[in-house]
Each structure stands twice: as C-alpha cells, then as structure tokens.
Design a protein around this ligand. Structure first.
Ligand SMILES: Nc1ncnc2c1ncn2[C@@H]1O[C@H](COP(=O)(O)OP(=O)(O)O)[C@@H](O)[C@H]1O
Ligand SMILES: Nc1ccn([C@@H]2O[C@H](COP(=O)(O)OP(=O)(O)O)[C@@H](O)[C@H]2O)c(=O)n1
Ligand SMILES: [Mg+2]
Length: 208
C-alpha cells in the first residue's frame, strides 16, 4: 500500500536515492515558523513538514506511541528522534516533491545527529527566526488553536528546552555557515520580505 508499509530500511534507501533538498526552519515556540512556511510554500513551491504537526497527527491516529507523544508535548519535552524521523521520512516519500521545509526539527543534538545518520541528508541551509521571548509568549497565548501546550506553564518549559537544547543546534550550523537569521519580531509581511531574500537565487537579486 505505498510508502507507509514498506520497511524502514527501504524508506532510507529510497530517500537517499532521491536526494531531496531540505531547509530546516528553526526558532523558538511562537517565533512564526509555521506562518512563514505557509508563505514560502506559496511562493517557492516547497512542501512544508512541521514535526509538531506530524506528532499531533500521530496522536490523533490512535498510534501505539500516541500516549507517550501526548505526554511529552504536554511537558514541552522532545520526543525521541526515532519516532519523529520515521514520520518525517514517510511524509517526504509520500509527498512526491523533492524540496522540503522541515519546521521545528532538529530541536536537539539527538534529532540532528540521528537525522543525518539515518537519511544522509545535509540541509541546504537553516532558516532561523530570532524573536524575543516576550513577543513569543504573547503570540502563543493568543494562538487559539486549542493546543494543550499553549498554556503559560508549558510555554515556560518550552522556552527552557529551546535555550538549553535547540539553540546549540543553531550554533552548530552557524559554525558551518549555514544559518540564515531573520528578525522575527516584526509584522508578518515584513518578516516575509526578509525571508524572500533568502530564498531568491542570487542572480535575481541584482538590480539592473
Ligand atoms: N510576525 C508576526 N507578528 C504577529 N503575530 C504573528 C507573527 N507571525 C506569526 N504570528 C502569530 O503568532 C502565533 C504563532 O505563530 P506560528 O507560525 O504558529 O509560530 P511557530 O510555528 O514558530 O510556533 C500564531 O497565532 C500566528 O498567527
Ligand atoms: N522535533 C520535534 C518537534 C516537536 N516536538 C514536540 O512537539 C511540540 C510542539 O512543537 P511545534 O513545532 O508544533 O511547536 P511550535 O514551535 O510551532 O510552537 C514540542 O514542544 C515538542 O514537545 C518534538 O518532540 N520534536
Ligand atoms: Mg509551529
């Protein structure tokens, strides 16, 4: 029945052969990753894969991992890489596209190293939405998507996980010259103007 039921080994081989282009989209909770990814999809024809959305869909599907995932999300903790990577791989294969925005992943060193080891994919670059906590907190508290983790107690835990575990991943890619940093505490349209510059090929940026 298609990619969903094939063995992981086959999924890995198949992905490695396809050599998809990947951009990691990172930033604190509420920095605007999902919002900007929707704009990028429209203009640049990437497929958007949000690790958080895939994990929430997995809970809804009644999977055997559902309760574990739900508990981790409620606590703002990072789900073991094995689970998240499997979901990302399936979604990549099923999409049929060859370029992806992977949003909210890798969120820690374990995520990063495991994805690289399993898929052999290196990101083209990392889009990093830099936003002050105060602004992110305000946005999360008015997001109104009925998410169990958008309450002040879990938000504080997520901010701590971001600082302790996710920022070091961004630092890792900074050293490699792969981070494209965007000031995210501006209106959505202004943030997207800066994003567009990152995605527009260099030759097209030159003004005659
Ligand atoms: N630049 C912005 N200015 C104000 N609000 C924003 C901006 N970008 C996103 N939002 C709002 O903030 C909330 C969080 O945005 P979202 O894209 O879900 O962030 P993330 O995926 O990084 O958590 C949403 O309600 C969204 O509509
Ligand atoms: N790579 C990831 C991404 C998300 N998650 C979990 O999913 C939650 C929500 O992630 P998300 O990316 O949807 O959250 P936002 O940053 O968009 O607000 C995180 O706080 C983690 O508990 C994870 O465990 N591993
Ligand atoms: Mg999001």
């Amino acid at each position: 029945m298609g990619a969903v039921n094939v063995a992981n080994k086959d999924i890995n081989v198949s992905l490695a052969e396809k050599k998809p282009r990947v951009v990691f989209v990172l930033g604190g909770p509420g920095s605007g990753k999902g919002t900007q990814c929707a704009n990028i999809v429209e203009h640049f024809h990437y497929t958007h894969l949000s690790a958080g959305d895939l994990l929430r869909a997995e809970i809804k599907s009644g999977s055997e991992n559902g309760t574990m995932i739900q508990n981790m999300i409620k606590e703002g903790k990072i789900v073991p890489s094995e689970v998240t990577i499997k979901l990302l791989e399936k979604a990549m294969l099923e999409s049929g596209n060859d370029k992806f925005l992977i949003d909210g992943f890798p969120r820690n060193e374990e995520n990063r190293a495991a994805f690289e080891a399993v898929t052999k994919i290196e990101p083209e670059f990392v889009l990093f939405f830099n936003c002050p906590e105060e602004e992110m907190e305000k946005r999360l508290l008015s997001r109104n998507q009925g998410r169990e983790d958008d309450n002040i107690e879990t938000i504080r835990k997520r901010f701590k996980v971001f600082l302790d575990s996710s920022l070091p991943v961004i630092e890792y890619y900074k050293v490699k010259g792969k981070v494209r940093e965007i000031e995210a505490a501006k209106p959505i349209g202004e943030v997207f103007e800066a994003v567009k510059v990152v995605f527009t090929p260099k030759a097209e940026k030159v003004v005659a």
